[in-house]
Design a protein around this ligand. Sequence first.
Ligand SMILES: C[S@@+](CC[C@H](N)C(=O)[O-])C[C@H]1O[C@@H](n2cnc3c(N)ncnc32)[C@H](O)[C@@H]1O
Length: 272
Amino acid sequence: MTDHANWIPTDIDVERASPARVYDYLLGGGWNFDVDRMMAQQAVRSMPWVGDLARHNRQFLGRAVRFCAQAGIRQFLDLGSGMPTAKSVHEIARETDSSCRVVYVEQEPVAVAHGALILAGVDGAEMIGADMRDVDTVLTHPATASRLDFEQPVGVLMASSLHYVLDDAEAVATVERYMAAVAPGSHLVLSHISDNQAEGSEEVKRLVELSKTTSSAGVARSREWIEGLLAGLDVVKPGVVYTSQWRPDKQLRLVKELPAQASLLAAVARKP
Ligand SMILES: C[S@@+](CC[C@H](N)C(=O)[O-])C[C@H]1O[C@@H](n2cnc3c(N)ncnc32)[C@H](O)[C@@H]1O
């Protein structure tokens, strides 16, 4: 673990694994505790390619942010952002335009503490500690109000975070409320764990069960549910596909060669 003796917030439960910190560990980060590393090892036993899942998700997010920036989007709302680890959203967006602004929204205290350290002194990028389901709190937060112009298109990022909103209706309403708040031309970037019957569904079930022992349980949803969520938006090509298949930079080779083993369906959709 990275030596950050003074970054551990005093009010966190270090006995219980957190998805944010397990994900950080799977990506090779240092913002995690023993309990998270043990959970990551259990996750590997449940789903041997879970490390690939994390990396493919992160790479999809990078490609999707670049796509949005190249489509003219200069501001991003990253909901359930996790740790702003190497190649965070503002760094990727600013490769296209250095004026891009990002508000990160995260509920995990260690990620928020990390965010405060990483983003100190970075103009135009800030992390809010908030529950993304509290849409009003997020949208009216001073960091959001001062950095994002809702008259201009926004990239609304929900990468591997909506599946922690367990109630289907609440998940749909959360997406709808953010997309209602943003201007036409805004883009939704989504990745979501999928329980379709492709190879790997048993491993997905085991991973979802395991998530119930962490600080945030997750829920897998069907392709149909995910496609329904995007109704009313223009889904950009190639549509709803596994993360590794979404506009790959090069021919990606999955360890076991099956795109379904990325286990997360992904899409980018534009508000008309
Ligand atoms: C698997 S990580 C994904 C991080 C990042 N979006 C990515 O794709 O690389 C999911 C993150 O969503 C956060 N999260 C889950 N539910 C949330 C909620 N209701 N509000 C804010 N953050 C949430 C978790 O704490 C975790 O950091």
